[in-house]
Design a protein around this ligand. Structure first.
Ligand code: ZN
Length: 417
């Protein structure tokens, strides 16, 4: 008998996501490892047993003082991994929305005091405490929607000390929120005003000064670059990503969000861990990404929030054999905290099936974030899971606003009671 300190039973089904290659592509994206009428047992934060409920009694012994959770006929899935966020920032940009929906150009919004640099000004001014309080509230809401791990990028300071400060806040943010954080250095989010006419000097600063310090202090797992006209060119992006890889960091790229700018091609050539956004990719680029095994992180609500609205190319990516993952892209530009909402948009707009979207939001998002033990449920792995009051996993992606009844990370509840 396997001793356990937590048992979950009375579930319509469990999706373990524990079958198939990582990352998933093609048909394997639909293989959820479903266990009808399943049960799960946990000890000391790790899964110790998962299987059909009829075998629970003969396999698992609940230790004295242990807890039994009634799944109430719902479904249990691995906690979502949000593979792309800019969750540490100060202020908001609600005021610019009327301009955006009226069709204002980015330059007009910037002249009205909005845009990315408005957030940079607010973030530079904010104290550590202000940034932590705001980000903690965001991550707790993400947890309430079923997210147990989240990738968080720096990128709203855009100077050496400020970027390091944002990254140094992340371990504290993880402890306070209960959500696991994968830190990413995104000093190349935009060229800061101080380097307005000297973008190469800013790239120099990143490569020679900030990146080595980020690596030395172990502040980030990944380095990311915003490769897009008006931000960083493909050669500048390549220089930064190569320097990061040499220092032992993983690499990611914001690629081809607005126009085809060579970002996906660069991603394939460098073999980065993920290429993100990809709204403007060509069929040829999708083939290159598939061949290189680069995971496409799709951000369907950013596409939806853009003017004009667009759909994330989910079906096209899956059909081309690209591994797809999902993220909220939570930022002041598209403020999204709910992964169930992201799944629904990936299905209704990006034309993934609910099963594909669930794989993209768990096992593949974990892969895109460098988390080898997240996004799946099997004995030995952390007990990160969410319980939803729905009759089957197909209701995730079908319903727009599913809210979990319980969310657990390493066997402990992290959602509000
Ligand atoms: Zn982003």
């Amino acid at each position: 008998m396997i001793p356990a300190d937590l048992v979950v039973a009375n579930l319509a089904e469990i999706a373990t996501l524990d079958r198939g290659p990582i990352p998933r592509t093609g048909r394997a994206l639909s293989e959820l490892g479903r266990i009808p009428d399943g049960a799960l047992a946990v000890r000391a934060g790790r899964v110790v047993w998962v299987g059909p409920r009829r075998r629970l009694g003969g396999s698992v012994r609940l230790l004295p003082g242990g807890h039994r959770i009634d799944g109430a006929g719902g479904v249990l899935v691995p906690g979502f991994v949000d593979a792309h966020t800019h969750a540490v920032f100060a202020g908001d940009r609600a005021f610019e929305l009327p301009l955006k929906i009226a069709g204002a150009q980015y330059s007009e919004i910037a002249r009205a005091g909005g845009g990315l640099f408005a957030t940079v000004r607010a973030t530079r001014r904010a104290s550590d405490r202000e940034l932590l309080v705001a980000a903690q509230a965001r991550l707790r809401r993400m947890a309430a929607y079923g997210t147990t791990s989240v990738e968080v990028k720096s990128g709203y300071a855009l100077d050496h000390d400020g970027e390091l400060r944002l990254l140094r806040l992340l371990p504290r943010l993880a402890r306070r929120s209960g959500v696991g954080i994968v830190p990413t250095y995104l000093g190349a989010h935009a060229v800061p005003p101080e380097f307005a006419r000297r973008p190469d000097a800013y790239v120099d600063r990143i490569v020679r000064r900030t990146l080595p310090e980020v690596a030395r202090e172990g502040l980030a797992r990944f380095c990311d670059v915003f490769c897009e006209p008006g931000f960083f060119t493909a050669p500048q992006s390549e220089r930064i990503l190569r320097a990061a890889a040499t220092l032992g960091l993983g690499t990611k790229i914001h690629a081809d969000e607005f126009v085809l700018s060579g970002g996906a091609r660069l991603a394939a050539r460098l073999g980065v861990r993920s290429a993100d956004h990809l709204l403007a990719t060509s069929a040829r680029d999708r083939t290159l990404l598939a061949r290189a095994g680069v995971t496409a992180v799709l951000l369907p609500l950013t596409a939806f929030a853009a003017a004009p609205r667009r759909a994330s190319p989910g079906r096209e990516m899956v059909d081309a054999g690209v591994p797809v993952a999902l993220g909220t892209d939570c930022s002041p530009n598209s403020w999204v905290e709910s992964m169930p909402l992201v799944l629904a948009h990936a299905v209704h707009g990006g034309r993934l099936t609910p099963a594909e979207a669930l794989s993209a939001a768990t096992v593949n998002a974990a892969h895109a974030s460098g988390l080898a033990s997240a996004g799946r449920l099997r004995p030995g792995l952390p007990a990160d899971f969410a319980i939803f009051d729905v009759p089957s996993t197909d209701h995730l992606g079908y319903r727009f606003d599913a809210i979990p009844t319980g969310v657990y990370r390493q066997g402990k509840s992290i959602s509000p009671p």
